[in-house]
Write a protein of this length. Structure first.
Length: 72
């Protein structure tokens, strides 16, 4: 019984982590676009790069841990 609860808890953490990383990446990308429009290109590139990294990490976590368990 405790193993199934632990597995359910880990699954919930994977869902929350992938969602948090994806939202954080999207917000960071938006901030990068806002910085580019205001003329601060150095910070814009930094925000866009970090947003892309967070988006990719969130999507990979969702693909590898969440969708793999749903389809298995």
């Amino acid at each position: 019984m405790f193993e199934s609860l632990l597995e359910l808890g880990m699954f919930a953490l994977y869902i929350a982590g992938s969602g948090l990383l994806t939202v954080l990446g999207a917000v960071t990308e938006y901030q990068g676009i806002q910085n580019a429009l205001s003329g601060d290109n150095t910070m814009a590139l930094w925000f866009v790069w970090m947003g892309t990294v967070a988006l990719i990490a969130g999507l990979m976590l969702a693909r590898d841990k969440v969708l793999h368990r749903v389809t298995a």
